[in-house]
Design a protein around this ligand. Structure first.
Ligand code: EPS
Length: 365
């Protein structure tokens, strides 16, 4: 069965939920490792005061016994501590008692760049909150938990995936990124940036040119574009390749089937080629602004200023962790597509047999 993921949960609702299917039996999970990824996602210089309220931790409701997967659906939960402040406003059932706490008054001032306007038009909501709650990047927490499971599987296969910010607000040095964040905070503005994810130890042969949806680059691009605020994705030298000649654009092959360069970012024709996989995602500046943009009050149709809410100045460091999780999940899916197996022991045997088969031609890893 293919690796699958479905998630649920609103930003200020009771909890975020993920159900993973197709995880092989016998995979050892480490609660501390999953929680460490959740903590990494919460950190970052530009994060909102919300992060002081949350202390994300994974709970497992099904599919795991004594720290090993059972080969059955794996159900993960990350609770929203902040829900306590929204108990009336985000009550799943009709709330009892007088309106109190946050979220008790309807939001009618859509923020340009957020889900607010398109969401209420599409779904026929009166209260913009009904759209923004699910669209919020809070939801990435449970994707990171799912990605941590994928990372555990990949580690068994000798594959490591690491994400890092490479640019924030146009700055590429650590101090530049911090200064840009400070300046934007001072100006009550927000920033975007670029993250890079590198996967090492991926053997040749994950993904396929056979069908569009099987292409590893297409799968990874889909997973990255599906993250809140991501507006662009590139693989390897990406857009820069379009400006080069063919003699400067490809990766020549040496004996042992190694490459001198990795302009392709480890993927050719939708298949991993054994070089590190390198992808980048570009994030737009966050649309919740302390200095709101012009909008319209949906209750009156008159010009107004967009909703002002507590938010992050930038969340590029968080995106690095979320993007890492997304790439890990797709790589784990592609690994299982190639190797098959509903038990880890079979997956590992299939990998060993495959590496032995190509080993006389492809360098040993
Ligand atoms: C987000 C708005 C902020 C962020 C949130 C994403 O939340 P709040 O409105 O509660 O301050 O902090 O991200 C998280 C809570 C998180 O854990 O990443 C948004 O509108 O996307």
């Amino acid at each position: 069965m293919a690796l699958g993921l479905v998630t649920a949960g609103e930003s200020h609702g009771p909890a975020l939920v993920a159900i993973l299917t197709g995880v092989p039996a016998g995979l050892r999970l480490d609660r501390e490792a999953i929680d460490a990824d959740l903590r990494r996602r919460q950190q970052g210089y530009g994060r909102s005061p919300r992060q002081k309220l949350e202390a994300d931790q994974v709970e497992v409701l099904a599919g795991l016994r004594h720290g090993r997967t059972l080969g059955t659906p794996l159900a993960l939960v990350v609770r929203n501590r902040d829900h306590a402040n929204w108990a009336w406003g985000m009550s799943p059932w009709p709330p009892e008692g007088e309106p109190s706490g946050k979220g008790s008054r309807p939001v009618t001032l859509p923020r340009p760049g957020h889900a607010d306007l398109a969401g209420v038009l599409k779904y026929g909501h009166e209260d913009v909150r009904n759209a923004l709650e699910r669209a919020s990047a809070r939801h990435t927490a449970v994707h990171v938990a799912a990605g941590a499971v994928a990372r555990a599987l990949l580690r068994e296969l000798g594959i490591e995936v690491v994400g890092r910010p490479v640019e924030i607000g146009g700055e590429t040095t650590d101090s530049g990124m911090r200064e840009a964040t400070d300046a934007a905070r001072q100006d009550r503005d927000t920033l975007g940036g670029i993250v890079e994810v590198v996967a090492v130890g991926v053997p040749p042969g994950f993904g396929s040119y056979s069908e569009k949806r099987e292409r590893l680059d297409a799968r990874i691009a889909f997973a990255l574009m599906g993250i809140q605020a991501v507006k662009g994705v590139e693989v390897g030298d990406g857009f820069a390749l379009a400006r080069r000649r063919g003699t400067e654009a490809h990766d020549e092959i040496d004996p042992g089937l190694t490459r001198r360069t990795n302009r392709a970012g480890g993927i050719e024709a939708g298949i991993s080629n054994g070089e590190p996989i390198i992808v980048r995602a570009a994030m737009k500046p966050l649309p919740t602004l302390m200095r709101p943009l012009d909008s319209v009050d949906l209750a009156t149709g008159d010009s107004a200023q967009a909703l002002v809410e507590r938010s992050d100045v930038q969340a590029v460091e968080a995106l690095a962790v979320v993007a890492e999780a997304a790439v890990a999940f797709e790589l784990a899916g592609a690994a299982l597509d190639k190797l098959g197996g509903d038990a880890m022991v079979d997956v590992l045997e299939a990998l060993a047999a495959y590496l032995a088969r190509i080993g006389d031609r492809w360098r040993s890893r």
